[in-house]
Design a protein around this ligand. Structure first.
Ligand SMILES: [Zn+2]
Length: 144
């Protein structure tokens, strides 16, 4: 059972390492979405590894595992856990997960607002359309 879990983890780890290499650069919005699913995945994997470590220690204490096997599997899990923690650190730690989600939502709103085009404004004096970034009305010359 432990061996099977180990093999599964190794395969998942290999997929996880190789996947980003095939990823095309995306727009900001998609990067945000990817980052969020990656965060979910990392948190899930972290939970799996910690539960595997607990199982491993339990099996070892029950005498079902050889000392060498225990050390080997334990160090494998711990190495992977460290890698995950490092990646989580890059994405934003578990503690400020809420912050990260809020930032992602804010970034998405900004991106959506930018995508819908700048709001059109009108000259308060003559009502002519004002191009964004202009400091004077093109029609009446009023300072804006
Ligand atoms: Zn004007």
């Amino acid at each position: 059972m432990i061996f099977l879990a180990g093999v599964t983890l190794t395969v998942l780890a290999a997929i996880f390492v190789v996947m980003p290499l095939f990823r095309e650069p995306k727009g900001n919005l998609e990067v945000e979405l990817l980052a969020e699913t990656e965060l979910d995945r990392l948190l899930n994997r972290k939970a799996v590894i910690y539960s595997n470590l607990k199982d491993l220690e339990f099996e070892f204490k029950m005498g079902r595992l050889a000392d060498a096997d225990f050390r080997r599997l334990e160090s494998g899990f711990k190495t992977e856990a460290a890698e995950i923690l490092q990646k989580l650190d890059q994405l934003g730690t578990e503690e400020n997960l809420e912050d990260g989600i809020e930032k992602a939502i804010a970034a998405r709103k900004t991106a959506l607002a930018a995508g819908s085009g700048p709001a059109q404004s009108r000259c308060p004096s003559c009502g002519a359309e004002i191009l964004p970034g202009k400091r004077f009305c093109a029609d009446c010359g009023r300072r804006l």
